[in-house]
Design a protein around this ligand. Structure first.
Ligand code: ADP
Ligand code: MG
Length: 610
């Protein structure tokens, strides 16, 4: 029998390895910049074209490579950083696997120019899909320049799966920021399509954070400094009142290497204990220094997960030092617990195809008309805890919308203005009152209907905007004083990529060095509503990779949330209006992001109290 097992040719092995190490342009940026740091560079410049799809260039003033090393560097398992297995337990460099360059060279066109201080001439190496095309002497500065072109040229599946330039550039920016935070003493700059996005001078950590995230951060940072036998923890945490609705600014480093760790994140969050508004996340920039032999960085191919020998001890030290830091600075937060700005689309909805959003009104439907009620009552009487649509609607005989049917709920065929429901809310049978400024209670024949005011408003605004949006642009109000937002280069791109929708929604803006000025906004919004809507939109564009059809839903939900967060002016008239408008929304039981809007305390439940 002839043998069937063969060794894979190197270039195929490299391509397979590349799949693990290089997922997207940002991975290339990370590997190249880390190599530059490992080579002792004090200045690193990065030039990107088309979010890295066309060009990634990294220039450094590090040690450079000899002629021989410049070629060797592309061999798999070629590394200058590890000589023996023991070295693995004593790592002080970013790289050590000798995989990155071999992987990158397997799936792109690479041009390397490098020169060591001791050499008269530099060397240039050209490699395409693992094949050496040319090596020749060149004149160049001391240090190294890598140019990566046509990434994934021979892996079309990968190339096709790349996201929009905005999303890919956001990933690059994220990697850039992590490395910049880990190396504040290194000058780093990032350019995209000819525009300089970051230019970070050599500095200290505090200044670096401020240079990246904006001047306002100078007053938001609380220093942490704790040394124990097991770990030294230094850095900053954000004051609780500046906690954000996205996890964007949470950074952990160990021995100057970025890592993620939900366990330590928990310790930090615990230290804020009661200081944070709901669904907000504190910023932190924390650096652990431990004996390299006490961690294992080898668990993940892209090395963002790290195993700690003494994780329980570190958890406790971390929690107490953050707590102490916050206490020492005598933080008295002005919290607004009433804000709920997070964007919590139920998981099941996230991957659904978008709805063609048009509204149909059921004019026959009256929530206070209980004559159609015929179903046997639910066995569960735990009104407050039971969120099922069946029980919700049982109270007043509404049509039952199933959560699974969400996407089919809007009727695509018919768009028609229908008159408001007529509800005699002043009649004795329907008394209403406002509870705690947040809930509206109405008496019905069956019990007590409780409505979550803010979510109701959210639903109403969402439906109103969506209904108009599909047919014509939303009317815009011009702002007398433009509202400034500090946003990053990648966030600008994401905003710009959605400009047609955002324009249609009534936004007008101009970009500037530090971010963006909002000059016009949907007419539905007041000042604080605009603020919150824009923040919501940016947070959502950054965390979700939106399919085309999802954009309207996400943008309009963000605006509706912003509008609903404006102070609600409650009085009998506005409560009536709210009720009327709410019950014109076909999906009046749930907010656009899937939260329960109304619930009924039934007579039998009330009876059971006694
Ligand atoms: P690793 O970083 O894990 O050693 P890489 O494939 O990233 O593996 O790099 C291979 C080798 O190429 C490195 O060990 C280093 O010797 C050399 N090298 C890569 N980039 C540079 C650079 N910018 N300056 C000097 N040497 C470099
Ligand atoms: Mg490397």
């Amino acid at each position: 029998m002839s043998e069937v097992i063969r060794l894979l040719p190197d270039h195929i092995a490299n391509q397979i390895a590349a799949g693990e190490v290089i997922q997207r342009p940002a991975s290339v940026v990370k590997e190249l910049v880390e190599n530059a740091i490992d080579a002792g560079a004090t200045e690193i410049e990065i030039f990107i074209k088309d979010a890295g799809k066309t060009l990634i260039q990294v220039l450094d003033n590090g040690s450079g490579m000899s002629e021989m090393d410049a070629r060797m560097a592309f061999e798999r398992h070629a590394t200058s950083k590890l000589r023996s297995a023991e070295d693995l337990f004593n790592l002080s460099t970013n790289g050590f696997r000798g995989e990155a360059l071999a992987s990158i060279a397997a799936i792109s066109h690479v041009e390397l120019k490098s020169k060591m201080d001791s050499q008269e001439w530099g060397t240039s190496v050209v490699i395409e899909g693992s094949k050496l095309v040319d090596q020749s002497p060149v004149t160049c500065k001391v240090g190294t320049s890598f140019e990566i072109k046509n990434l994934f040229f021979n892996v079309p599946a990968r190339r096709n799966f790349l996201k929009s330039d905005g999303v890919e550039f956001k990933h690059i920016e994220d990697e850039f920021i992590r490395i910049a935070l880990a190396n504040p003493e290194t000058l780093m700059s990032l350019h995209h399509n000819g525009t300089r996005c970051y230019h970070l001078e050599k500095s200290n950590l505090r200044k670096r954070i401020v240079d990246i995230f904006g001047r306002a951060y100078n007053d938001r940072l609380v220093p942490i400094d704790e040394t124990t036998g097991i770990v030294k923890i230094v850095g900053f945490v954000g004051k609780p009142e500046f906690a954000k609705k996205s996890r964007g600014e949470q950074f952990l480093f160990v021995n100057d290497r970025f890592f993620r760790d939900s366990y330590f994140n928990h310790a930090i969050t615990q230290a804020y204990d009661g200081l944070l508004a709901s669904k907000t996340f504190p910023s932190y920039f924390l650096y652990f220094y431990v004996d390299p032999a006490s961690i294992d960085v080898n668990v993940h191919p892209t090395k963002t997960e790290i195993k700690f020998e003494e994780d329980k001890e570190i958890y406790a030290i971390l929690k107490s030092s953050v707590k102490q830091g916050l206490g020492k600075f005598n933080i008295a937060p002005a919290l607004d617990f009433d804000q709920e700005t997070s964007f919590d689309v139920p998981y099941s909805m996230r991957n659904q195809m978008p709805v063609q959003p048009e509204i149909q009104v059921d004019t026959q439907y009256n929530p206070f008309n209980t004559s159609t009620f015929s179903r046997p009552s639910s066995p569960s009487s735990g009104v407050r805890n039971d969120r099922s649509a069946a029980i919700l609607s049982a109270g007043f005989g509404a049509v039952e919308p199933k959560k699974e049917d969400w996407e089919g709920f809007y009727d695509i065929e018919e768009v028609e203005e229908k008159p408001a429901l007529e509800m005699d809310l002043h009649a004795d049978a329907n008394k209403q009152f406002i509870f705690q400024g947040a809930y509206l209670f109405c008496t019905t024949k069956n019990g007590l209907l409780a409505i979550h005011g803010r979510r109701a408003k959210e639903r109403i605004v969402y439906d109103e905007i969506m209904k108009t949006f599909v047919m014509q642009p939303i009317s815009s109000q011009q702002l007398l004083f433009p509202l400034g937002f500090e946003i990053s280069a990648a966030e600008k791109m994401l905003w710009e990529e959605n400009k047609i929708s955002l324009n249609r929604l009534g936004f007008a803006w101009s970009f500037n060095d530090s971010g963006m000025d909002i000059e016009g906004a949907p007419a539905h919004l007041k000042d604080d509503g605009i603020q919150k809507s824009v923040q919501n939109i940016i947070a959502n564009l950054s965390v979700t990779e939106l399919d085309k059809g999802e954009v309207a839903h996400v943008l309009i939900s963000a605006i509706a949330k912003g509008a609903a967060n404006q102070t609600l002016q409650w009085n009998t008239e506005s409560a009536n209006q709210l009720l009327n408008s709410l019950f014109q929304c076909p999906e009046h039981q749930y907010s656009p992001t899937g939260k329960v809007i109304l619930n009924t305390l039934q007579i039998k439940d009330i009876n059971q109290l006694f």
